[in-house]
Design a protein around this ligand. Structure first.
Ligand code: SF4
Ligand code: SF4
Length: 269
């Protein structure tokens, strides 16, 4: 019994201490991007993409919309090896345009930079009011439940969100932050708006997953919308299908610390 107790006391801790400094794992490498020159501009990747996350323009540029990417890897499997690769997944952003990148193909003019952000984010302000305590209500608006599993994982002993004061509550009336998943089906639009109204201000809205960010694979139809921001204002978008617990927690931590700043959205009523 003494030996057993010693083992329990001395065993290594499982909790990840420094989330930001940990190198990306296989699960974190999901975002397609150009590895350098070599893209011939054949457009095969855009044709195979099920969500329209890759597009080409007349200037010979390739546009990656990572808010719509479901990480199916059909594009990278189709392309020549070493041209289109899977880069580290992008963390949370305050605008969808921050989740888009433009790369140059061989058909583009020589002075185009290889990869550059499409657009700079608009005006934003730091919010640290939830720095030490953040109560979260999760709202499923038509997800496949994979995003829910990853959200639930941030409370497990490995990620231990409660050490940062992040806890889940059972009612929007007790919440500071809404985590919304799914592309917002027509039946859930009213429920989402009512949940939003029931959440006291100040509040934040976080779109978790490709469905919530852009509509994903199931959105943009007669049954589901084009993501959460088609119904309510969103403060932070976390891409991925589903985003890893680390991406979710790092994004929320960034918001708490002020390293990610939210847009000038007014949720006050
Ligand atoms: S991984 Fe799939 S969804 Fe993402 S850009 Fe490639 S083909 Fe489109
Ligand atoms: S983003 Fe992907 S994992 Fe999340 S609900 Fe949509 S399909 Fe499921």
């Amino acid at each position: 019994l003494r030996k057993f107790r010693c083992k329990r006391i001395c065993r290594p801790k499982v909790t990840i201490k420094d989330l930001d400094r940990r190198p990306p794992s296989y699960a974190d490498r999901w975002a397609p991007m150009l590895a350098g020159n070599g893209c011939s501009g054949c457009m095969a990747c855009a044709e195979v993409c099920p969500t329209g996350a890759i597009a080409f323009n007349n200037s010979g540029q390739i546009l990656f919309k990572h808010d719509a990417c479901i990480a199916c890897r059909a594009c990278t499997d189709l392309c020549e090896p070493g041209v289109l690769i899977l880069g580290p997944g992008i963390g949370g952003a305050v605008t969808r345009s921050e989740l888009s990148y433009v790369g140059s193909t061989d058909k583009a003019s020589a002075d185009e930079p290889a990869i550059r952000p499409l657009k700079t984010p608009g005006p934003s302000k730091t919010i640290k009011i939830f720095a030490k305590s953040m109560h979260v209500r999760e709202v499923d608006c038509g997800s496949c439940n994979a995003c829910e599993l990853e959200i639930a994982a941030i409370s497990n002993p490995v990620y231990d969100a409660e050490r940062f004061g992040i806890s889940f509550v059972a009612s929007p009336r007790h919440a500071d932050v809404l985590f919304v998943t799914g592309s917002v089906t027509r039946q859930m639009e009213l429920a989402l708006n009512k949940t939003m109204a029931a959440t006291p201000s100040p509040k934040l809205v976080v779109a978790v997953g490709a469905c919530a960010c852009s509509g994903g694979l199931f959105g943009n139809t007669q049954f589901a919308g084009a993501g959460v921001d088609a119904s309510i204002k969103v403060d932070i978008y976390i891409p991925g299908c589903p985003p890893s617990p680390r991406a979710i927690l790092s994004s929320i931590r960034g918001l708490q610390r002020g390293t990610i700043t939210r847009s000038e959205h007014d949720h006050s009523r």
